[in-house]
Design a protein. Structure first.
Lengths: 537, 325
């Protein structure tokens, strides 16, 4: 070790004068090479490495590297084959037949076949399995594996999200069959078919993976993947600067103000792209004051979305107009936008009967003042800060708003589940699939369901039903365009903003190609040129 | 003496049951459910997941029955399995976090004692001197300083700018490949900042306490007698006074035994140390009842044992107490 270091120093010393003479950095051969370690910082530890039981983002990220699905999204968010080489969808859109790759092996060497896929499906719909992802698989009428490399599913009705739902991680039948899934040792020592195999997991400290040299799409270049758990983002940032991390998600403040130094720019590349998901102000439509659409439109006019984006995200985001992010194929830009206009807001409020009759600068209707409380959960600064800005803007048009920030479990139990709230600031994270049935359909307004604001619109119901039955992208686009139009007019939520993901990656990593899908979709193609590799083991 | 000990030990059983009953009631009074984390706000979760999880965790039974079942398992030293998605035995989860926490707490306690006791003694002996006043100000500044803020400043200064100490964590990435002496060095360098920060806040309490007991003792008649005998000031202070002044400190030490397994969330979060504080905090946030109860029971047992040890060692150290029985 010490000898190696001394040799390295000597090399550096002898190499130095040449570089200084030319004043240029030594040219780097940008040739993909195997080796080096990628260290990522995460604020949370993974909970379980059995993807069927996991529902947190840290677990999903690790599981994504260890396991594979039949299909996945590529950089353009198109569905491409992973374990499936190809697939056919029947003319009536009811049956999907997957043809699996041959010769794929589990990390323990056993062959992967359609029996594993069928087993995984059965595990998802097993009433004994406490999984958070059963819904899409319960739509399946029949699943079968006619031979080792064919898997066929049949649905009772056409179901558009079906294809991508087979991107779920396929689990090894030979290791899980006949055992209780919640007691499986695979949760701590996973075995998959993905580009990385599991090495070790030190709880609360780090998870280490190593490249699967036999990966069916060809081995990835980066040899080791280390997932370091550092709960505090300030600490993460300090670690990033000392080289203890190669990747972290920066906060807007760090991205904007703290990474502008020459040293940082030399060592790291920063990226920015719109994240999936948006933050909204949702109104409880069972409350009489929010039942008039003009009132909700007035509230939208009273909010300056750009001011929130500038104040809360330092400009790293875009105004949301509906449930989809502005660069998605399904996004409809041509909807009412409600640019900040307090005059218009006052006028609409007056039309619906809210006027200041007693001169206290608060509007009244039938003698009752316009007062309500916005609730949001603790632990998300963006939401509480947005709430404070909104509070002030509402006050300016004569609405008295209180803001309450409540710890998450209490927030759900006491406010959202019993419908005991006026308005709430929350966010939805989504994906490329545009189906929004669970959130907006009128059948989903029951207790503990996701349409907790109680939005009911027969036309939206119809559109949502058509949308998930249609496989044709132009036809779906038309359906969801209309859906966004109605939501924008109805304003059951004031859609606030779509934030940006702001990752920083050590500059020795090459092969990163940002697209609408972000940067991580082609992680297996990232590499460090031999001369820049930092870790030899 | 043995009868006294047996009596004390027997008394601990009802006390412990009382503590668990109260803890159990209080955590179940807190709104929210362990299953909410997985089942709520997730478009893909089936509607019966809540019921499934309830059944799996035994939350569908009435509360008194849940308590008795839990107590029954506890008697067999089975703390149950965590409600978190990993479903691991609570004891495993605690055992994984405990060594680090105890190590850090022991080290910082040692540092506190090594610094605070001399400080307290000297402050008492030179009461109202410049030294006394200066240390008073300094230890209180340390006490009042937000530790997370100081920690971040030191991490930035020593870790990033000077590069002499690691920023966070417990060991470096290549730890497995190091030889024994580098491993030891690596370990120590990772511990310096956390121990320093943890000790800084505790200095005030101990040094003030030491100062006041020392002052009490110095005013005693026997000290005057010792001086009158013509003993040197050194012998008077360090032999006669200090020994007696240390007695109450033993009590404080006994009381800090349960503190050895308790961690601080903020502190562990800043230094990325996987300790008990973060484990417990996350458990509470998730309403992971078995984990919360497990940590509380261990804490309660240690508190009771600590109290007992304090009383016993007090009796051992002080003949007046020992003989009065």
């Amino acid at each position: 070790m010490k000898l190696g270091l001394a040799l390295l120093l000597m090399l550096l010393l002898t190499a130095c004068p040449d570089d200084q003479l030319t004043g240029l950095e030594p040219p780097v051969a940008k040739v993909p090479a195997f080796g080096d370690t990628f260290i990522e910082g995460s604020i949370g530890d993974a909970s379980t490495l059995l993807p069927i039981l996991a529902s947190d983002s840290a677990s999903s990220e690790i599981n994504g590297l260890i396991y594979s699905g039949l299909v996945r999204y590529d950089g353009q968010l198109k569905v491409v084959g992973e374990l499936a080489e190809s697939w056919e969808i029947s003319a009536d859109n009811l049956t999907i037949t997957f043809h699996l790759r041959q010769g794929v092996k589990w990390h323990d060497g056993a062959p992967m076949t359609s029996a594993d896929v069928l087993f995984t499906y059965q595990l998802y719909i097993d009433p004994e399995t406490p999984t958070a992802y059963a819904e899409s698989y319960l739509q399946v009428k029949k699943a079968e594996a006619p031979d080792d490399y064919t898997f066929r599913v049949t649905y009772a009705e056409p179901y558009a999200p079906a294809l991508m739902s087979w991107g779920m991680s396929v689990l090894p039948k030979h290791l899980l069959e006949g055992k209780k899934i919640t007691a499986s040792s695979l949760a701590r020592h996973p075995i998959g078919t993905g580009p990385y195999r599991f090495v070790e997991w030190q709880g609360g400290e780090k998870i280490v993976l190593e490249a699967n040299r036999d990966y069916f799409e060809g081995s990835s270049y980066i040899k080791r993947f280390v997932f370091r758990i550092i709960p505090d983002t300030s600490t993460q940032f300090l670690e990033l600067q000392t080289g203890g991390l190669d990747f972290m998600a920066l906060s807007p403040l760090q991205y904007d103000r703290q990474t502008d130094t020459l040293a940082f720019k030399r060592l790291f590349n920063k990226y920015r792209y719109l994240a999936f998901g948006y933050t909204y102000l949702g109104y409880n439509l069972k409350r009489p004051m929010f039942q008039d659409r003009r009132v909700r439109q007035a509230l939208a006019y009273a909010i300056d979305k750009q001011e929130i984006i500038d104040g809360v995200l330092l400009g790293y985001g875009q105004a949301a107009t509906g449930p989809y992010k502005p660069d998605a194929w399904v996004y409809n830009a041509d909807v009412p936008r409600y640019a900040y206009n307090p005059e218009k807001a006052r006028q609409l409020l007056a039309e619906s009967g809210w006027v200041d009759t007693d001169g206290d600068k608060i509007l009244e209707k039938n003698g009752a003042p316009f007062q309500f409380t916005i609730v949001t959960n603790q632990g998300n600064d963006l939401r509480s800060k947005a709430g404070e800005i909104i509070q002030r803007r509402f006050r300016e048009v004569g609405i008295d708003v209180q803001l309450r920030v409540i710890e998450w479990a209490t927030f759900l139990k006491e406010f959202i589940n019993p419908g005991n709230f006026d308005a709430t600031i929350l966010g939805w994270s989504g994906g490329p699939e545009p189906d929004q049935y669970e959130i907006w359909h009128s059948s989903k307004t029951g207790p503990r369901e996701l349409n907790f604001i109680g939005y009911k619109n027969p036309e939206v119901d119809l559109l949502l039903e058509q949308g998930r039955r249609s496989f044709d992208r132009p036809a779906r686009k038309k359906i969801y365009d209309r859906f966004q139009q109605i939501l924008a007019e109805d304003q059951p939520y004031t859609f606030l903003f779509v934030g940006e993901a702001l990752p920083a990656v050590a500059s020795r990593f090459y092969g990163i190609e940002p697209t609408a899908a972000g940067i991580r979709y082609n992680f297996t193609q990232w590499y460090v040129p031999k001369s820049l590799q930092k870790f030899s083991r | 003496m043995y009868r006294y000990l047996l009596h004390r030990l027997l008394m601990m059983v009802p006390l412990l049951i009382g503590i668990t009953l109260i803890s159990f009631t209080v955590i179940h009074l807190a709104p929210g459910e362990p299953t909410d984390m997985q089942t709520q706000m997730n478009p893909q979760a089936g509607s019966d997941l809540q019921a499934k999880l309830h059944k799996q965790y035994g939350l569908d039974k009435p509360l008194p029955e849940q308590y008795l079942l839990w107590l029954g398992r506890l008697v067999r030293l089975d703390f149950g399995e965590s409600f978190a998605q990993d479903n691991r035995p609570v004891l495993d989860k605690i055992a994984e976090r405990l060594p680090v926490t105890i190590l850090l707490n022991l080290l910082s306690l040692a540092v506190i004692l090594a610094i605070a006791l001399p400080l307290g003694v000297i402050s008492a002996v030179r009461r109202n001197s410049f030294f006394d006043r200066a240390t008073t100000v300094l230890v209180f500044v340390g006490f009042a300083m937000p530790s997370f803020w100081l920690a971040l400043l030191l991490m930035d200064w020593l870790g990033v700018r000077l590069g002499v100490l690691p920023v966070s964590g417990l060991k470096s990435l290549g730890y497995e490949y190091m030889n024994l002496s580098s491993q030891l060095f690596d370990r120590i360098s990772h511990l310096i900042l956390p121990v320093f920060i943890a000790a800084l806040g505790g200095l005030a309490g101990f040094s003030r306490y030491m100062r006041s007991t020392m002052l009490d003792v110095i005013r005693q008649d026997y000290i005057m007698t010792a001086r009158a005998k013509g003993l040197s000031e050194r012998v008077v202070i360090y032999k006669h006074a200090l020994r007696n002044a240390l007695l109450p400190v033993i009590t404080i030490l006994g009381l800090s035994v349960p503190g050895l397994i308790g961690g601080s969330v903020i502190f562990e979060t800043i230094f990325a140390i996987p300790g008990m504080g973060k484990l417990f905090y996350d458990g509470v946030m998730m309403r992971d009842y078995p984990l919360i109860m497990g940590v509380l029971v261990i804490g309660a047992v240690l508190t009771l044992v600590g109290n007992l040890l304090a009383d016993l060692s007090y009796a051992l150290a002080d003949p007046r107490i020992r003989n009065s029985e």
